[in-house]
Structures are given as C-alpha cells and as structure tokens.
Write a protein that binds this ligand. Structure first.
Ligand code: NAG
Ligand code: NAG
Ligand code: NAG
Ligand code: NAG
Ligand code: NAG
Ligand code: NAG
Ligand code: NAG
Ligand code: NAG
Ligand code: NAG
Ligand code: NAG
Ligand code: NAG
Ligand code: NAG
Length: 495
C-alpha cells in the first residue's frame, strides 16, 4: 500500500488517522418510531488522535480511509472499475446505481461510515453522502453556511476539502413540496396550502437533527450494466438548512441518504416509480470499498432471514435465535437492527455479557490491564513480535436457521500508551440491539423489501471467489503482518 508508513523496527506498517469513531446512532427517531428507545451515547474525546499522530510523525502524510484517500481512490477509479464484476445476476430490468458509480467508500475520519458520491439537480451537482439503513430521510446541506451546516472538512494534514451545498434556486428541476403533502411536514408551520413543507428530523444520537424544508429534484441514477443508461428519479428530500449534534462534528457532513422502509426513503421512491424490483444491496468490503445497487435482490445462494415487521418501525429488524462463540453455543433469542449508519455493533445484556465473557474465556492472549480510555471492554495485549492472534469464531444463527459468521469481530488498536491491543469490537447497549457496520464487513447484503427478507453472502465486493469464508476450525487465525492495518483509537467529542 503506497500510503503505508513503516516503523523503524519494521514490525508493523502503520496507516495513520484510521479513527474508530464511535457511536453514530443515525437511527431515525421520526414518526414515533423510537418511543421507548432512550438515546444513548458514549464518552468520546478528541484529544488522542492528534498527539498520537504528531508523536509518530504522521502529520502531512495522506491518511488511508481519509477524504484524501478517497479522492485518490477516485483518481484510480479506472483501475478499480477494471476489476468490477458484472452485477450479481442478470436481472432484468438491470439494477440501478448512482450516476457517479456504484462504489461506496468507508471513510474513517468521517465517522467510520460508508459514503457514496451522488449527483442531484440540473445542472447536476455531486455530494458525498453517508448511507444509512437505520433512517429514511435523504437530506443534503442546503442554502446554509458554516454556522448551521458543515461546508468543508479539514484533513489532519491540513488540507481542506470543500463540500457542495445544494440550493433549490440553482437547480432548474427543483420543485416545491407543499406542507400538506408529507407527514414529515410540521403542521404548525403550514399557514397556507401553498407553504413550503418545514421538517425537523431527529436522530438517536443526542441533540442530533436536520431541519429545513422538503423539496423535490432529480437524483441521477444509471443502470448498472454495460449500457449505463441514465435514469433520473424524482426524489423528495430534505433541503437541510440547519444541522445539529454529531452532524456538525464530521459525521455525514455532506448529507445522508436514508435507506429505510418508510415511503420517503430513496429505495421506496425508486420502487414506487417502478424503476426496479423493490430490493437493494450494499456490499461492505474489508478494504473499505463497497457497492450499492437498487433493484438487486441477490442470488439463490445467499442465506436469508425474514425481517421482523413492527408497526411504526421502518428499520431492518431481524431475529437472532442462537449464538456460537468458538466451542460454546447458547440459544438466546433477540431482535437487532441492521444499521449501516452505526459503525459499531451494540448489544444489550444478557447477550453482550454472554458473547464477551465466552470470547474472553477462549482467548489465550493476556487481557489488557484496564484502561478507561479504550472504547471496548475486552482487549488483549499483542507483543511486538506477535504475528497473529487466535480468536473464537462468532456465528449468529438467524431466524430460519441460516448462520451469519462475523468476519470482523475484533479491531486492532494502538493505545495512548503506545502499545498494540486487539479488542472484541462490541459495545454494551442499555436499550436496543444494533448490528453495526463493523459486523457487515465482508458481505454482500440484500435488503429485499418485496419478500421482506435480509440476504447475505460473503463477498470482497470485487468478485465472489476471494470472499471471506470461515475456516472449519472453531478458532480463526487473524494474521497481521507488515501490511496489516493498525487502527488508532480516536475519541471524538460529541457536543
Ligand atoms: C446523551 O444524553 C444522556 C441523557 O441526557 C446523557 O446521559 C449522555 O451522557 C449523553 N451522551 C452524550 C454522548 O452526550
Ligand atoms: C458497478 O459494479 C459492477 C460490478 O459490481 C460493474 O460491472 C459496473 O461497471 C459498475 N458500474 C458503475 C457505474 O460503476
Ligand atoms: C463525485 O463524482 C464526480 C463526477 O465523477 C466528481 O467530479 C467528483 O469529484 C466526485 N466527488 C468526490 C467528493 O470525489
Ligand atoms: C450564515 O447565514 C446566516 C443566515 O442565512 C446569516 O445570518 C449569517 O450572517 C451567515 N454567516 C456567515 C459567516 O456567512
Ligand atoms: C465560517 O466562515 C467564516 C467566513 O468564511 C469564517 O470566518 C469562520 O471562521 C468560519 N467558521 C467556522 C466555524 O469554520
Ligand atoms: C430563491 O429564490 C427566491 C425567489 O426568487 C428568493 O425569494 C429566495 O431568497 C432565493 N433563495 C436563496 C437562498 O437564494
Ligand atoms: C437549528 O436547530 C436547532 C434544534 O432544532 C435549534 O435549536 C436552532 O435554533 C436552529 N438554528 C437555526 C439557525 O435555525
Ligand atoms: C429476484 O427477483 C426475480 C424476479 O422478480 C426472481 O425471479 C428471483 O427469484 C429473485 N431472486 C431472489 C434471490 O430473491
Ligand atoms: C517475543 O520477544 C520476546 C522478547 O523480545 C521473547 O521473550 C518472546 O519469546 C518472543 N515471542 C515470540 C513468539 O517469538
Ligand atoms: C459458522 O457459520 C459458517 C457460515 O454459515 C459455517 O460455515 C460454520 O460452520 C459455522 N461455524 C460454527 C463453529 O458454527
Ligand atoms: C484472489 O486471491 C488469489 C490468491 O490469494 C489472488 O492471486 C487473486 O489475485 C485474488 N483475486 C482478486 C480479484 O482479488
Ligand atoms: C476494519 C478492519 O479491521 N477490517 C478487517 C476486517 O476483516 C478483514 C478480514 O478478516 C480484514 O482484512 C480487515 O482489515
């Protein structure tokens, strides 16, 4: 990897600025969905990342998985495109994707989320939006300046990346949305039927919301086949004039695309326009590159589990019936939300304690002596010459019996004390269970809204032959070498 830096001892190659940015609970709170779901969050501080990078001399170097890395990736796009697969099956009509491409990008310093480059309006303007299966509204920063939305992002190298800001006035295809036309419109701000639809859309993270007016404009899509035929989908979305909370802290700074079940979401709109089957897929590659396709219902080889239908909930809720941690099996039934807008997995007790204690009992490395600054409870020391770590395989059995194997149950972290640890990348929740994006790595995941099933299949997002598959042993060896990825914990202040 050209961007890697090798330490003088050459034990590891380090990629800088790979933040594990915690707790991005971008779950829609709208329409009473989340009654009874308290908000929760974690103490996150910014102070580590920069000192760590200064000490190690990373300042000025490009960061893997940073915006700069992403920009570099787009320049190398032709190389990546050359390796693309044909769509997963020869579906007719062809699946759709964003006009700027079906690549999605894992950006660590923008909240450890997957982003896509979408284009909207006439003339078409591009936005780097976070993809969130845990909420419904698509919104863009709109007619705002840096007092109420983020207009730029500063990489730790100092380079400033400016974002595009949407303006209905600047797009000839923008249309007004009237205040009686959506249940998202605030009835108190509807003096006449001619008025704009004012909305406020809150997220589960504390004091985090977007507000503004709903507008309609075209989202530029293309068919994901050889023809790349343009399809302009009229979409109702939020002209987000005022963002608050974590949305002003580097999470989804250039807009967010909700992929939930509600009518307002982009997949729902595409399905209503009969532009394709009512299903979409996301692939989460372990190299940080993914894919998104609308109208993809997967393949017959994929494993599946039904979505749990809850009135008033538009999230992708599934039922887990059994957990295997290495040699230990436990029948425990619980629901969890599949949420690409939350970077880490959060589970409540007794599941959290079962997984972590059982994991701990089967790990042979020394538990890292308690350090309140680590985000995870169970961390283990890695000695400088250690070439791998052996961890128990974790499998979740979904309703219906299919197993979901966790390809990324641990994260390697470089601590403030300057040592390496690996941690079970799981957080304890007090209210809801969320399968976050870290547990989706290595899968092509299908959100089939027609059949109301979740489908999954191991994939590296380039082709399926090199996909991650579990070994037959109950223990999995995760080797890390000079080329391995080292993650720095960075705690990010939530105001
Ligand atoms: C969120 O709000 C709750 C209740 O006010 C508080 O206990 C918690 O610390 C807050 N979390 C964050 C990250 O600010
Ligand atoms: C999308 O990905 C597929 C394979 O996954 C590839 O064949 C196609 O060229 C890509 N399309 C675009 C527009 O990037
Ligand atoms: C998004 O795609 C457009 C068109 O390919 C490109 O000009 C733009 O730079 C991309 N945006 C980012 C943030 O890379
Ligand atoms: C930001 O926009 C607001 C409202 O449009 C305006 O009052 C304020 O002066 C602007 N601030 C800057 C720094 O441009
Ligand atoms: C916002 O923009 C104004 C004018 O460009 C600048 O003076 C100010 O420092 C910016 N504020 C922030 C918080 O970036
Ligand atoms: C958009 O155009 C309308 C009508 O011409 C005008 O009233 C409004 O101030 C404009 N908005 C912006 C943000 O320029
Ligand atoms: C932005 O929204 C927040 C929360 O709804 C509100 O407190 C604040 O006054 C709004 N700011 C502006 C400039 O409208
Ligand atoms: C996808 O949809 C097509 C047509 O609607 C159907 O024939 C096929 O069986 C579906 N595949 C899966 C995996 O659901
Ligand atoms: C690692 O190095 C230490 C001392 O530097 C040594 O005691 C230990 O045996 C080595 N471990 C392995 C697995 O080589
Ligand atoms: C875990 O799940 C995978 C994929 O379904 C399966 O092949 C493997 O046998 C399972 N391993 C255990 C220990 O249950
Ligand atoms: C798949 O793995 C093989 C062996 O590791 C490697 O040679 C090949 O380049 C990989 N193919 C892709 C597309 O990554
Ligand atoms: C972020 C992260 O740790 N990704 C890892 C997920 O697992 C794959 C395969 O085990 C690794 O290659 C990634 O580095």
């Amino acid at each position: 990897m050209a961007l890697a830096w090798t330490s003088t001892t050459c034990s590891y190659s380090l990629t800088s600025g790979s933040y594990i940015l915690l707790v991005l609970l971008l779950l829609g709170l709208n329409s009473g969905i989340c009654h009874g779901l308290g908000s929760f969050g974690f103490d996150i501080h910014h102070r580590f990342s920069d000192p760590v990078m200064q000490i190690l001399g990373f300042e000025g170097l490009p960061e893997k998985r940073s915006v700069e890395y992403y920009v570099a990736m787009t320049h190398r796009d032709s190389i990546i495109r050359g390796r693309h697969l044909a769509a997963s099956n020869n579906q007719s009509p062809a699946p759709l994707t964003f006009a700027n491409g079906n690549d999605t990008f894992y950006l660590n310093n923008l909240g450890s989320l997957y982003y896509a480059n979408v284009s909207v309006g006439t003339p078409s303007v591009s936005y780097l939006v976070a993809l969130d299966t845990g909420s419904d509204l698509f919104w863009l920063p709109c007619d705002c300046n840096n007092s109420t939305c983020e207009t730029s992002f500063q990489a730790s190298s100092g380079r400033v990346v400016n974002f595009n800001i949407y303006s209905p006035n600047a797009s000839s295809t923008s249309k007004k949305v009237f205040c009686n036309s959506s249940n998202l419109c605030d009835p108190n701000q509807c003096p006449s039927t001619n008025s704009d639809c004012a909305y406020t859309y809150p997220y589960l993270s504390n004091n985090t919301s977007t507000s503004g007016i709903l507008v309609q404009d075209v989202l530029h899509l293309i068919t994901d086949n050889d023809q790349s035929k343009a399809v302009n989908a009229p979409i109702t979305f939020g002209c987000g004039k005022n963002e608050t909370g974590i949305l002003l802290n580097g999470i989804a700074p250039n807009g967010l695309l909700g992929l939930g079940l509600d009518d307002i979401s982009v997949p729902s709109t595409i399905a209503r326009k009969e532009l394709g089957p009512n299903s979409f897929s996301m692939c989460f590659g372990s190299d940080g590159i993914g894919r998104i396709n609308f109208g993809d219902n997967g393949t017959s080889e994929q494993k599946e589990t039904p979505f749990i239908v809850m009135p008033s909930s538009s999230t992708y809720l599934i039922d887990i019936t059994q957990i295997n941690v290495g040699v230990t099996v436990s029948k425990m039934e619980f629901n969890a939300i599949f949420d690409s807008g939350t970077s880490l997995t959060h589970l409540t007790d007794p599941v959290y304690t079962f997984i972590s204690k059982t994991f701990n009992s089967q790990v042979t490395d020394n538990r890292h002596s308690s350090n309140s600054q680590l985000p995870f409870e169970y961390c283990y020391d890695l000695s400088a010459n250690q070439t791998g770590h052996v961890i128990p395989i974790i499998n979740l059995t979904m309703k219906g019996g299919d197993q979901y194997f966790l390809t990324n149950s641990t994260e390697i972290i470089f601590t403030a004390e300057g040592v390496y640890v690996y941690c079970l990348a799981l957080l304890k929740s007090t209210d809801i269970n969320i399968i976050g994006q870290n547990f989706m790595t290595g899968y092509h995941i299908v959100f089939n809204r027609d059949k109301m099933v979740l489908g999954w299949k191991p994939s590296n997002c380039y082709n399926d032959s090199n996909a991650t598959t579990p070994s037959n042993h109950s223990l999995k060896l995760k080797a890390f070498t000079c080329a391995a990825m080292m993650l720095f914990v960075s705690f990010f202040a939530i105001i």
